[in-house]
Design a protein around this ligand. Sequence first.
Ligand code: ATP
Ligand code: MN
Length: 482
Amino acid sequence: MGPIQIKQILECKIGTQVVVKGWVRTKRESKNAVFIAINDGSTIHTIQAVAESGQINEDTLRLITTGSCVRVVGLLVASAGAGQAVEVKIEEVEVYGTADPDHYPLQPKKHSLEFLREIAHLRPRTNTFSAILRIRHTLAFAINQYFNDHGFFYLHTPIITASDAEGAGEMFRVTTLDLNKLPRTDEGKIDFKEDFFGRETNLTVSGQLEGELGAMALSKIYTFGPTFRAENSNTTRHLAEFWMIEPEMAFFELEDNMNLAEDFVKYVIGYAVQHCADDLEFLQKRLEEEEKSKPQNERSMPLLEKLNFVISNAFERVTYTEAIDILLKSKPHKEKKFQYDVAWGIDLQSEHERFLVEKHFKKPVILTNYPRAIKSFYMKQNDPNPAEPGATVRAMDVLFPGIGEIIGGSQREDNYDKLVTRMHEVGIEPEALWWYLDTRKFGTAPHAGFGLGFERLVLFVTGMGNIRDVIPFPRAPKSAEF
Ligand code: ATP
Ligand code: MN
């Protein structure tokens, strides 16, 4: 199927006749020979093609520059030079496409990540981004593999939704109305009856509510699709368009949910460690380079060590109430080093999460039983607990070093009356979600689920610092070029 790729060619026997197709990374000329490093994205490694001086005619040789695309035919031979075991002795070369050196922006030198974001159409041709994209693919594959192996069905939940009840964030409107000529009702409001769906619609912020419908029939489902949030915060952990994995399971309680989340992330990280060794080693070196300027004690664990550490250690499980206690007794709180105050009932800020994960426990943490007031209406309410100052719900957030929240989930409220009461309390019209409430009316059951932000996972595994660098074409405020 198609031409053999460089990844396989590098493993061929010496003496094999090969055809290499790829993009030129560098061309180097010595007294007696020309060396062309070619990469086709199948692996981080380039293959070196060598011709004797004068063998390639001058006109062709001039067209072979960094970024040009070539086809090389030749014999695979043992390499005399350091850095590669084999190379191709060129017999024939064809230039598919040139890349004018005066205009091609990716010259062989160090480019900043900021600059590369401005040329997102070309950045997959760099070692860093091709490594990230291969790891991203491998993680996606492992995710599907894990769920398939564990009896989950992939449920495709809608991207356009009419429910804005989730409260997960600001939504993007979907409309075909003419913005210059909006139809109005008698009261002067926009008449969405005239819109494509005959009602207000938005891009989904989560597939969970529909996911639950699937779980109440197929028992175990997962979604893996794009989600959208008009987050106006320009952070290194938020995108306007990101991919989310959301398993929903009937007959799972909070404990089962935690066990699944932990086993699942360990599996997919382990899969990447096993199958992306070259790319991870490259990224690890890159990080080490980056950290050279830092004092020894401020440098982070080498990437692979960090990943193996997460795979082989149990996540710390603590309740929200215990976490608040720890924070209240902490040095940064006592010395007023936290920007935000700590008290039972607050929504933990990123600085608090990072203290717990990076300073206190020094490993991933699963926080459970959050105050009801700061969590979504659909989370299962706990019975009153005298040890807790207020009402709590069976929520669980998984916090990772360097990232903060990577997973948010809960056992879901399965009691119809409690759910409806809660909706009224937070101002959600039960009628608007009649279909969701029907699952609690007809054959309700204990069930649970969670959402894993795919890019936050890729961020963790690649060790990158900005979420815009782990998705091919990031969507963020004022940025949707490519
Ligand atoms: P945060 O507090 O970090 O904004 P959240 O509480 O809004 O997260 P959830 O609504 O629980 O997040 O969404 C589930 C998961 O989706 C999060 O744990 C996170 O991994 C991911 N996520 C949420 N918002 C974004 C975003 N804007 N960009 C990328 N990933 C996100
Ligand atoms: Mn958020």
